[in-house]
Design a protein around this ligand. Structure first.
Ligand code: MN
Length: 196
């Protein structure tokens, strides 16, 4: 008689329409405006907003412990619509702690812009719309921005030993910021934002 091998019901789910992850091992983090000190150019404007206001939330599935070589992490981020002064709600942005680790993002819903910056501070950006796929090369910092009127959600997959280096960005920022100027998003040199 043939040996019957078990076929298990999955315990992890990804909703293609919303990007939502579910399953008992899925974790979640929330970034509120009050948590984002010195992230936006206009710190006074940030302090005038409700600190409880959610700027973005992050869901993740870490099947192996952080820093494990050879594993993959999976997650999604939803950035809510809004602005701090003229600057759109966005993620803190980071290099990877292990700088040579890459990552994929893909946009699921909403309208965004992804800002990249290499170690020489050269900065560029790509539009994010449902279905766009974005590869983050090694040693390139990444920050995503919601430039629409609805929540913007994207998925991500990255090596489990990549880690996060938020400190470099908190100290010296990105070279450019996305501001709403004349009703549309424009990438502006960070130095020029100090005078707005
Ligand atoms: Mn990353």
């Amino acid at each position: 008689m043939t040996k019957q091998m078990s076929i298990n019901a999955p315990d992890l789910f990804f909703n293609n329409q919303t990007g939502e992850l579910s399953g008992k091992k899925v974790g979640e983090k929330i970034a509120r405006i009050g948590d984002l000190t010195n992230v936006f150019a206009d710190e006074d404007a940030r302090q005038n907003l409700d600190p409880e206001l959610v700027a973005y939330h992050f869901q993740y599935f870490f099947p192996v412990p952080e820093n494990t070589e050879g594993g993959l992490f999976f997650g999604n981020t939803t950035i809510y619509p809004g602005k701090v002064g003229q600057e759109y709600f966005m993620t803190k942005g980071h290099f990877h702690a292990k700088g040579d680790r890459g990552e994929y993002y893909w946009c699921i819903k909403g309208k965004g812009i992804l800002i990249f910056m290499d170690r020489e501070r050269k900065t560029w950006a790509e539009e994010m719309n449902p279905g766009t796929l974005h590869y983050m090369p090694a040693n390139v910092a990444h920050r995503s921005v919601n430039v629409g009127n609805e929540p913007m959600t994207f998925g991500a997959c990255w090596p489990s030993d990549a880690g996060y280096d938020y400190g470099t960005i908190l100290e010296s920022g990105f070279n450019s910021r996305l501001l709403e100027i004349d009703g549309k998003p424009q990438l502006v040199n960070d130095k020029d934002c100090q005078h707005l």
